[in-house]
Design a protein around this ligand. Structure first.
Ligand SMILES: [Zn+2]
Ligand SMILES: [Zn+2]
Length: 679
């Protein structure tokens, strides 16, 4: 491909070399400088050291000034909270140099790899139309329109990878140029790239752009905001993973494109570990496990709504019951509120204005109703229907209510994204002086819950959003963020600050679990709310006999039980904690004449609270054991002539094998002990 002659300023200046001075002497020297000397740019390194460079100096110049090691390792810079090219001129102020060790490096090289993929696609499929190719979580994609309806195969992916490897090996520089939109349009019209032309035309129409940036690597030129690493050689290891259909601009009325997904890492070892994790995750997909273990089904008659089978229902009910016991121990009461609410309630809560598109709506007798998507408005209304004294607070109310949310069909995903679900949704109504203690108690409760499942937790304190996206003045946010910090400190919890991630009405603490494959899931949340009490006009009578407004704390720890079970199945690969196993023991009669003894043993276990089945089929006991192992049933109890006669069972434990025989009464005592949940 011929290289078009590109007008516009090149950023890739290596000509400007610079005088460099570090540290305190800088100030003195700066003062001595006459008005007629060269202009300089002063940046501040992360340790606070100022660094003076010639005006126009780039990130590469700064890295070289600091040391030859860094000059080699540098990939990009961060200035003004923005990732920028190493070759871009620096601005005054803080400067951070991004290397392979920086968290930003992966996103950078993944986007680089997307360009290299497009490079290879253009070479192997002349006439292919290219659209967009961003980095995404865990990788990247590029959307193509292949000529003549070409459908890509797995072999094509291998060929593309081979060609990409050549471009990575050639260590081709990424070169940026800024051009006028007219120049850019001319270039992409000449290359017959209509998607790029449309993108540029939209930038002009919607954002009034007059210039755009282009990036070249080897023979390939792309419309791109950047940034990129200095060259393709930074891509340590990559893999093209899958193909999917994608509509141009996500619009089902537009062209169907071919999306090629891939991922890239800084080295081969990291890539191999990631691919291995994906293989394991595929085996642990909760939808697959749900089928194999006979837990739940889905049907088109109610998309996104789970049909729980008896075994899945056993898990569901066990979680609910554990949650109920834990809540009762912590001073919560349970309430049971309506499913359908008239529009008046949603107007008061503000949901009709902000959230209506997520609510299933029904009409009856000329009135409009909404199916509740969360319990909060119902609980606020319930609080308002009663009279309260300061002595009654805190009022901690919980409800495992059925919730419905409108979720587009395309986004539904097993138990992880559903339309009907149940949350461990609880609300604490309290006085302002009780907030910190209540929040701390919620966090302690959360740790008690997650400990049951071996889920390590990270706490995020989500603070005030941008001024135009938040209610309340700075004093309000200072106060409420302070209350949450106080609760975090009092509990001795480590936490990270998620700046600007708070709700529009108040800050919150989010609880993220890391599963056994290293994936992060947000499960719980503890949110302050002064807004709903205000909207519902909630009041209590204070010690001073005056009316006061309570604070509301929204709190969920499991999140939705549906999603929690999905996460738990993948976290444990279906090996649930024994107390939660849908079938905790199975009795296996060796032949038909032992069925009676097996039934009697099962009845004894059932009476002791053990979830137990009997495999009465006329199959060999070996086969029954094999199937019970596949069902991950913790205890298998074999009964033959000797056991039936002596009142014993021969115990086999899942994944542990034979444990010998023991009297039934002793087994019952052992199991009852094993199955008690240490709450
Ligand atoms: Zn790019
Ligand atoms: Zn709530």
């Amino acid at each position: 491909m011929a290289r078009p002659d590109l007008p516009g300023a090149q950023h890739g200046s290596t000509k400007i070399r610079t005088c460099v001075r570090f540290g305190p002497e800088l100030c003195g020297i700066a003062q001595e400088r006459g008005a007629d000397t060269l202009r300089h740019v002063i940046v501040t390194l992360p340790d606070g050291t100022p660094l003076e460079l010639s005006d126009g100096a780039t990130g590469a110049d700064a890295a070289a000034a600091i040391g030859p090691g860094l000059a080699k390792a540098a990939l990009a810079v961060v200035q003004d909270a923005e990732l920028r090219d190493l070759a871009a001129p620096l601005a005054e102020g803080p400067l951070q140099i991004v290397t392979k060790k920086s968290p930003e490096a992966l996103e950078l090289i993944r986007h680089d790899t997307a360009h290299v993929l497009a490079t290879a696609a253009l070479e192997l499929f002349p006439g292919v139309k290219i659209s967009i190719g961003p980095a995404i979580e865990n990788g990247f994609y590029y959307d193509f329109d292949f000529p003549g309806g070409t459908t890509l195969t797995e072999e094509d992916l291998v060929k593309l990878e081979e060609r990409m490897r050549e471009h990575v090996k050639a260590d081709e520089p990424f070169e940026r140029s800024d051009v006028t939109v007219e120049e850019a349009l001319e270039i992409f019209r000449a290359q017959e790239q209509p998607y790029k032309v449309e993108l540029i035309e939209d930038l002009v129409a919607n954002q009034g752009e007059t210039h755009v940036s282009l990036y070249r690597n080897g023979p390939f030129l792309d419309l791109c905001k950047g940034p990129h690493a200095p060259s393709t050689g930074s891509i340590g290891a990559f893999k093209l993973q899958s193909l999917a259909g994608a509509y141009w601009r996500g619009d089902s009325n537009r062209q169907q494109l071919t999306r090629v997904y891939g991922t890239a890492f800084l080295d081969k070892k990291e890539l191999a570990a990631h691919l291995e994790m994906l293989e394991e995750a595929k085996k642990r997909d909760h939808r697959l496990l749900g089928q194999q273990l006979g837990l739940f089904l889905f049907s088109p008659v109610s998309p996104g709504s789970t049909f729980w089978l008896p075994k899945g229902t056993a898990i569901y009910n066990e979680l609910l019951s554990v949650n109920r016991r834990m809540q009762a121990d912590r001073g919560y009461v349970e309430v049971n509120t309506p499913q359908l609410y008239e529009s008046h309630l949603w107007e008061t809560s503000g949901h009709w204005g902000k959230y209506k598109e997520n609510i299933f709506v029904a009409s009856y007798e000329d009135r409009e109703f909404g199916l509740k998507p969360m319990n909060c408005p119902g609980h606020a209304h319930l609080f308002g229907l009663q009279r309260w004294s300061y002595k009654d607070l805190p009022f901690r109310c919980a409800e495992p209510g059925q919730l419905h949310r409108r979720e587009p069909s395309g986004t539904l995903h097993g138990l992880m994204r559903v339309r009907r679900f149940c949350q461990d949704d609880a609300h604490v109504f309290c006085r302002e002086d009780q907030v910190a203690a209540e929040v701390e108690a919620c966090l302690q409760f959360a740790f008690d819950v997650y400990r049951l499942f071996d889920l390590p937790i990270r706490l995020d304190l989500s603070t005030r959003p941008d001024p135009d996206k938040r209610l309340g003045d700075d004093a309000f946010w200072d106060k409420t963020e302070g209350m949450l910090e106080e609760a975090l400190r009092a509990g001795g919890h480590e936490y990270v600050i998620a700046e600007g991630e708070g709700a529009f009405y108040a800050p919150k603490i989010d609880l993220h679990a890391t599963d056994s494959l290293g994936r992060s899931w947000q499960l719980g949340t503890v949110q302050l709310d002064y807004n709903l009490p205000e909207r519902f006009g909630l009041e209590y009578t204070g010690e001073d006999n005056a009316q006061h407004r309570p604070v509301m704390i929204h709190r969920a720890l499991f999140g939705s039980f549906e999603r929690f079970i999905g996460v738990l199945l993948e976290h444990t690969a279906g090996e649930l904690p024994e107390w939660l196993a849908p079938v905790q023991a199975i009795v296996l009669p060796i032949s038909d004449r032992h069925v009676g003894a097996a039934q009697a043993a099962a009845a004894t276990l059932r009476a002791a609270g053990v979830r137990v089945d009997v495999d009465e089929r006329t199959e060999s006991v070996e086969r029954k054991i094999r199937e019970a192992e596949l069902q991950k049933i913790p205890s298998m109890l074999v009964i033959g002539d000797r056991e039936a006669e002596e009142g014993t069972v021969s115990l086999r434990r899942h994944r542990e094998g034979d444990q010998g025989s023991l009297p039934l009464a002793q087994l019952v005592a052992n199991l009852v002990e094993r199955l008690s949940v240490g709450l």
